[in-house]
Ligand binder design. Sequence first.
Ligand SMILES: Nc1ncnc2c1ncn2[C@@H]1O[C@H](COP(=O)(O)OP(=O)(O)OP(=O)(O)O)[C@@H](O)[C@H]1O
Ligand SMILES: [Mg+2]
Length: 359
Amino acid sequence: MPAITLTDVVKTYPPREKGAAPLTAVDGVSLEIADGEIFGIIGYSGAGKSTLVRLINALEPTTSGRIEIDGRPVTGLRERELRGVRAGIGMIFQQFNLFSSKTVWGNVEFPLKAAGVPKADHQRRISELLHFVGLADKAHARPDQLSGGQKQRVGIARALATSPGVLLADEATSALDPETTQEVLALLRRVNAELGITIVVITHEMDVIKSIADRVAVMDRGRVVEIGRTFEVFSAPREASTRRFVSTVVAGSPEGDDLAALRRRHEGRLVTVRVSEGGVDQQQVFGVLARHGVRFEIVFGGIDEIGGRTFGTLTLALTGADGDVSAAVAELGAAATELPASPTTEAAPVRPAHDAEAR
Ligand SMILES: Nc1ncnc2c1ncn2[C@@H]1O[C@H](COP(=O)(O)OP(=O)(O)OP(=O)(O)O)[C@@H](O)[C@H]1O
Ligand SMILES: [Mg+2]
């Protein structure tokens, strides 16, 4: 059974001023998040990510559609029933949302009190949680005595206090530096692997998705425009908006000024080749070029790795007899795209490798 199921979920806000149009923040989202999965949701500011999160943990009612957690409906419940649902969902935030007047201990104790856990059990549970997040020695510190990374560890301990099955992380690392981000992501990976908790990571940072998510959904103006395994989405993005996100962490095909600079620096025809495990690999590419007597230089791109699988986009400057170059490019088929002679003309769209495989 999926941990979270969304069916045609819509959230429309009434107009902010009279005469304005209502705003549809979430526009017909359907998806299933598997039990034990780390699921990423990415999208630009205003895409509807946080709204979706507030619908999942029932902080706001949906306008229409259905949400289920562990097969139990979240939509259409009364306030009293919702309290039980919310206890099964942990939540962490960009600004940590800790009580500044309470100690670390007091912050983690808060949800235990709220859930009516007997006082006698608090000591053991809180110390267990603080050990798990590596803050046993900070129990009596106040939030303003902690670094950002430590604050988020407290946030995670607090979110886990009532043993939820699902943890929602809305931009949980966006206020942290890259190194601290990686530490917090490593902790979330442990939460998932050791406690079996399903995690939904909402972010606008592609490298967060890359390092932690099993699958990812790309949101654009309230809709999910692309969804798939992180490796597939990164190695062969289908949508233009996904390609823009992916290009922030993975080198794609050179465009605009980059392409113009390459043209000035290199002779020969420029061809972008997509390589990936399970698709065309580097040895095949260079084997084809050698067989046709084509010389090459790698002038742009790179090889990346997600979940132990490699993929990359390499742009090559090819030199040799024109007919030989054409024959080699033709043999590489869908994996290769020749870049336009003049950078002002549009490059032919690079066909995603998994489209080619499906055929
Ligand atoms: N309570 C509200 N009332 C009216 N409009 C809202 C409300 N909450 C969100 N919106 C609007 O819904 C849209 C989606 O907002 P949301 O906060 O979900 O986006 P987001 O993807 O989380 O963006 P960000 O990356 O900036 O956090 C925006 O246009 C926003 O202005
Ligand atoms: Mg948001």
